[in-house]
Design a protein around this ligand. Sequence first.
Ligand SMILES: *[C@@H]1O[C@H](CO)[C@@H](O)[C@H](O)[C@H]1NC(C)=O
Ligand SMILES: *[C@@H]1O[C@H](CO)[C@@H](O)[C@H](O)[C@H]1NC(C)=O
Ligand SMILES: *[C@@H]1O[C@H](CO)[C@@H](O)[C@H](O)[C@H]1NC(C)=O
Ligand SMILES: *[C@@H]1O[C@H](CO)[C@@H](O)[C@H](O)[C@H]1NC(C)=O
Ligand SMILES: *[C@@H]1O[C@H](CO)[C@@H](O)[C@H](O)[C@H]1NC(C)=O
Ligand SMILES: *[C@@H]1O[C@H](CO)[C@@H](O)[C@H](O)[C@H]1NC(C)=O
Ligand SMILES: *[C@@H]1O[C@H](CO)[C@@H](O)[C@H](O)[C@H]1NC(C)=O
Ligand SMILES: *[C@@H]1O[C@H](CO)[C@@H](O)[C@H](O)[C@H]1NC(C)=O
Ligand SMILES: *[C@@H]1O[C@H](CO)[C@@H](O)[C@H](O)[C@H]1NC(C)=O
Ligand SMILES: *[C@@H]1O[C@H](CO)[C@@H](O)[C@H](O)[C@H]1NC(C)=O
Length: 759
Amino acid sequence: MGLFFCESHRVSLLIVSFLCSVSICSSLSSVSISETSNLTLVCALEPQRSSLNCASFPPGIQTPFNSNYSFSGIVSGEGFLCGLRPSFSSSNISVMHCWRFSSDGTTIEFKRIYEGPGLKQLDAGNSHICGLNETNALECWRWPGFNPTGDRSFSTIAVGEGFVCGLSEAGKIKCLGNVTGISGQEPRGNYSVIAAGFTHACAIGLDNDLECWGNTVGNKPQGKFKALALGQNRSCALRINETVVCWGENNFSLPEELGGYEFLSIEAKRNVFCGVLTFNYSLFCWGDTDFNSNFMVFSRVLPGPCRDSCPCGSLLGSGFLCNNVRSICQTCNTPVVPITPPPPSAPSPSSDLNGKMVAFLVVGCVGSFCWFLVVGFFVFRHCKGRGCRVHDSGPLDETGRPDNAVPNQPQSPQVPSAPAVLEKRLSQLTSMGNTGRLEEFSLQALIQATNNFSEDHKVGTGSFGSVYHATLDDGREVAIKRAEITCTASYAIGTKRQEDKDNAFVNELEYLSRLHHKNLVRLLGFCEDSNERVLVYEYMDNGTLHDHLHKFQDSPFMSWAVRLKIASDAARGIEYLHEYAVPPIIHRDIKSSNILLDGNWSAKVSDFGLSLLGPGDDESHLSLRAAGTVGYMDPEYYRLQQLTTKSDVYSFGVVLLELLSGCKAIHRNENGAPRNVIDFVVPYILRDEIHRVLDPRVPPPTPFEIEAVAYVGYLAADCIRPEGRDRPSMTEIVNSLDKAFAACLLPPALSRSSTDSST
Ligand SMILES: *[C@@H]1O[C@H](CO)[C@@H](O)[C@H](O)[C@H]1NC(C)=O
Ligand SMILES: *[C@@H]1O[C@H](CO)[C@@H](O)[C@H](O)[C@H]1NC(C)=O
Ligand SMILES: *[C@@H]1O[C@H](CO)[C@@H](O)[C@H](O)[C@H]1NC(C)=O
Ligand SMILES: *[C@@H]1O[C@H](CO)[C@@H](O)[C@H](O)[C@H]1NC(C)=O
Ligand SMILES: *[C@@H]1O[C@H](CO)[C@@H](O)[C@H](O)[C@H]1NC(C)=O
Ligand SMILES: *[C@@H]1O[C@H](CO)[C@@H](O)[C@H](O)[C@H]1NC(C)=O
Ligand SMILES: *[C@@H]1O[C@H](CO)[C@@H](O)[C@H](O)[C@H]1NC(C)=O
Ligand SMILES: *[C@@H]1O[C@H](CO)[C@@H](O)[C@H](O)[C@H]1NC(C)=O
Ligand SMILES: *[C@@H]1O[C@H](CO)[C@@H](O)[C@H](O)[C@H]1NC(C)=O
Ligand SMILES: *[C@@H]1O[C@H](CO)[C@@H](O)[C@H](O)[C@H]1NC(C)=O
């Protein structure tokens, strides 16, 4: 069971063994055996895809595993199977997923038991799992009470039942745990391979000699060895010439039929032993009556974990098996052996790509495919209100301030005193050079462009007024936001309030004119004239994300690559508000209808000026507005009234869930009852079953995309965590989305739609 394996290959003769130090052998495996009281589950990673393939003996365990996921290694024990996967956010981060099954295999639970700094090695005994992190420190799971003190640094490990043994850098053996005859009985000397069984352990020395201790059963064989697989009172060892010898309880031995077969690696758990044939990478198992007549379990498996680098060279042809990005390492300490033919040549490369290489393909993907998308669409720009912001141009003299009051007196900066002040500030603003790029439009020009704000030009309504699409005289297409002329409220709330509003308006313009980012909708200018207050924005040809997700049947959004690209754009815009705007801006109303798409399908965040208005206005729609939009609202903000940038992160998480599932933030379930997208989607994400809730209008993710999509699912789940401090920053989100986006290959269908024009 304590499995251990060293990858190697005969052609390794070219490798000068002594160049490498001891213990290069890895305790990460591409083959695992787990048992319940009456079932055996043999799993192996498939070549190229590194996806999981399992067979139950006798049939009983239904494999619920998503066959599209790729793993860097697998381990298993009694009633469980765990797979290690690299995270997208960093090759430094590992994620461990485990399935636990009942003894008859009928019930299966799924859990993510680890996500953290990268794990280089992983091994499991019957009950426990241990791994080594980047700094070679031992960490264990499913092992309550195990908390060894002292040096826990190893170069390789092997897990038994109640103990774990490791080799130090120098090749010294150290075993932790309380199994009589194991800890404290370690042989002295320098070793390169270690393996653990149920109650015994063995090691192979630098001279390839074998040493065993603990509850050893049977006589250990003589000869030179390079790998071991130990079960319960039974053992097998791989000779240097790649044949296997077995010994143990009841005269256990390798079945005669397999004598002379050459193996690349071997594994064991209790009574079952498996090995990968050198010749054709078939997986053969023995030791149990299940395998008496037919040893072959899988015709072709990944012979070892794919690695970034191999200190002593890689298995010939393994680049292909690992999609030419990584390779399978061979053992370093293999002495020179006669040359035998390499394994059969691999089939021609398929389009089937391993998820782990995604990161490496990224650049190509980005450069060549993912940025194009030009589709002509016309959509309206949905706008949101910010209350009645109509400027009352009536006489303000009533306040008693002189018309020629000095603008912006330091002691009362919030209270400009008169229209003259306002005008002065506005004119300052318009003439501010590079910071004030704002243009002042004449009301006349806007009236003309919109045919006196006619319904024909109206493309949307917000709570504060209407939005019009217009083409200006100079040919520019713009979106015009015009406040409603219902200013009774303004009159009613008094002149003082009105002054505040005037000031807020100018302040906002001032801020907005300074914000310049390709993922923020650009404010071009304003119009400030008698009863009118109008903002003029760049026109976004392709409307809102919300409409593409929830309204249009025929949208170019039916691809995961496009959706991730949109998410990444929008995240950049928000990141700019949080990290680069001075002072930082909290948007407060991130939602899919505030993410707009320009003619090139770049996403831009709109309405980011909201927070600048500041609270303090007790008009109900403003307070409502301050709290955001139902379905997107950060519960922490709502509860504690503490506004941080993490509130935007929460709302953005909801947008990500919309993008993945195609469901509105609040939508109706099959029975017509209202349902929150978080409640619906996140449980699936956490069970690693996101494929069940992905937007059915988008073609199912390719094996290539599924990794990226699942990863974004986890990202969304992190964004909507209840405590703001647990959520990632927008910068982290941008980085993660970029990686995920890059991971996708655009399906051919998308290139077709790129020339589409609709609506
Ligand atoms: C791992 O992460 C650290 C810091 O997060 C970084 O400095 C290092 O380069 C990363 N290593 C790899 C192999 O990505
Ligand atoms: C496995 O064993 C349990 C009891 O030990 C039994 O109820 C069950 O039917 C067995 N399942 C199979 C598939 O043999
Ligand atoms: C590895 O684990 C040890 C002990 O838990 C910890 O101190 C160390 O920081 C970890 N290394 C990495 C790279 O996470
Ligand atoms: C070792 O044995 C002691 C006493 O039996 C027990 O308290 C402890 O948890 C055991 N440690 C391990 C790692 O099993
Ligand atoms: C083991 O290795 C150390 C250095 O790594 C060396 O000093 C020592 O002599 C070696 N012991 C044996 C028995 O080879
Ligand atoms: C086989 O292993 C079991 C459990 O480890 C042990 O109780 C038993 O004594 C072993 N058999 C022999 C012959 O040692
Ligand atoms: C491998 O080595 C063993 C022991 O040295 C020997 O008995 C066996 O014939 C060899 N097999 C091959 C295929 O060389
Ligand atoms: C194991 O083999 C020996 C000698 O071949 C034989 O005497 C013994 O009975 C065998 N034991 C079992 C349990 O088959
Ligand atoms: C691999 O080779 C073995 C031994 O030659 C053979 O029995 C097995 O059928 C081969 N596997 C496949 C898939 O052909
Ligand atoms: C795996 O990907 C293929 C191709 O994209 C898809 O047809 C299949 O449904 C996916 N399987 C799962 C379990 O997601």
